[in-house]
Design a protein around this ligand. Structure first.
Ligand SMILES: *Cc1c(COP(=O)(O)O)cnc(C)c1O
Length: 423
């Protein structure tokens, strides 16, 4: 059976029309299944960043603002817009996801100050929930936050969401693809349900931008945020983005009034006058070095095409599930992601009671086999991220074989329970 799976992997790689994109990334000896936390480095990014530092910063100094940098945020935003199905003037790029989430949540709650309910779910990424808790504590003291619970920690039905929405709901906010299980909401359906009750929706696309096709415009999305260092391969801590549909932009106000959201920042006047486009959600000086580093990754993704990437991602995650069901379930693993491809993003979580130690043994092998890098999310999820731009079917096969060996030989027992800082 194992040999059959291996042959299947090799055949799928041979027929993979996106295989050549792997060469556009720096690839070492490791098997990297953590592109959903930090994407790989595109070779072109190295070249462009070196040029930027040596020439634009090193030689042209401040003149580079006019020559290259002042237009950079808009240039990058236009490329992100293509990937998430928005218009270029509906995307702002800059700040972190958390900050953008704060700005939009604040703006949405202020805009509808007569409504006091905020709704999210227990599968959402903690930073979003913390921001909402902080907003209620510090500013919107009459508001309340409802966190819809998932029964199985994998998914939540549209019906469960619908039941909580009413005329007093100001904001519904969800991760489009949730970070642990990879459950994917039907964005259009949720938007429709919310709009029927007059509720604004704020999506977090951190685990979907570059992982699954997203069409913010077609699905009638109001607002969204997302990061660029995961599937978009923008580099550690790369600037995040936010989206506001065009007709909503003038109704929402950035809680941080700063010079880059001022209509004429270089007039240096003492009175704030807000820009009348998406840049009203800008704050301070753009992070040029990390902003420039995003662009090459976006170009690769646009060239490959989101629909093609999705097709490969589904084939790879389905192959992974097949391997787990056949080779790992007998060893005590369970799958903590939706089995229906329609309902999941581009990673798969598998659970085992020794999950953390197995995850460590994958990263730090003793038998000369390659290091395999997944990540770990409590209580016992090993997340296997699939980035179809550079992952192969053979890597997925090898990963499952390696996990099987780690468990069968009890190699994981070398590790204690103490956790590394970044897990
Ligand atoms: C990764 C991630 C974030 C990260 O927020 P930062 O402020 O960029 O650190 C936020 N939300 C979700 C859903 C994520 O997956």
């Amino acid at each position: 059976m194992i040999e059959d799976f291996k042959q299947k992997a090799l055949k799928l790689d041979k027929n993979d029309k996106l295989a050549h994109f792997r060469n556009q990334f720096e690839i070492g000896d490791e098997i990297y299944l953590d592109g959903n936390s930090l994407g790989r480095l595109p070779k072109k990014t190295l070249e462009l960043s070196t040029n930027l530092i040596q020439n634009q910063w090193g030689k042209r100094l401040i003149r580079s603002w006019n020559e290259h940098w002042i237009e950079l945020p808009n240039k990058v935003a236009a490329k992100i817009a293509q990937i998430v199905g928005a218009k270029p003037d509906e995307i702002f790029v800059g700040d972190s996801t958390s900050i953008n989430f704060y700005k939009l949540a604040f703006a949405a709650l202020s805009f509808q100050n007569n409504k006091t309910k905020i709704i999210t779910d227990s599968l959402n990424f903690p930073t979003d929930i913390y921001v909402l808790q902080g907003l209620i504590e510090q500013q919107f003291k009459n508001h309340s936050l409802s966190i819809i619970k998932s029964d199985d920690e994998i998914s939540i039905s549209d019906k469960d969401i619908e039941q909580t929405l009413d005329e007093n709901t100001a904001l519904l906010t969800l991760s489009h693809v949730v970070f642990k299980s990879a459950y994917k909401y039907n964005m259009q359906k949720i938007n429709d349900l919310a709009h029927k009750k007059g509720v604004l929706v704020l999506w977090d696309l951190s685990h979907s931008a570059g992982a699954v096709p997203v069409n913010l415009n077609e699905s009638g999305a109001d607002m969204a945020v997302g990061c660029t260092y995961k599937y978009l391969n923008g580099g550690p801590g790369a600037p995040a983005f936010l989206y506001i549909r065009k007709d909503l932009q003038e109704k929402l106000s950035n809680p941080i009034w700063a010079w880059f959201s001022h209509d004429k920042p270089f007039d240096f006047t003492l009175d704030y006058e807000v820009k009348n486009d998406i840049q009203r959600f800008a704050t301070g000086t753009p992070s040029v070095l990390s902003l420039a580093a995003i662009e090459a990754g976006l170009d690769i993704m646009i060239e490959a095409g989101m629909e093609n990437l999705r097709e490969k991602s589904v084939a790879q995650s389905s192959f992974l599930i097949e391997l787990v069901e056949n080779l790992l379930q007998p060893l005590g693993f369970t799958i903590a992601s939706p089995l229906n491809a329609e309902e999941r993003g581009s990673h798969i979580s598998i659970q085992h009671q020794e999950g953390y130690k197995i995850n460590r043994a994958m990263i730090e092998p003793v038998d000369g086999s390659p290091s395999i890098i997944p990540d770990f999310r409590p209580p016992n999820n090993i997340r296997l991220g699939i980035a179809p731009l550079y992952n192969t079917f053979e890597e997925i096969f090898q990963t499952v074989i390696r996990i099987k060996k780690i468990v069968e030989t009890k190699e994981f027992e070398r590790f204690g329970d103490e956790k590394l800082t970044v897990v």
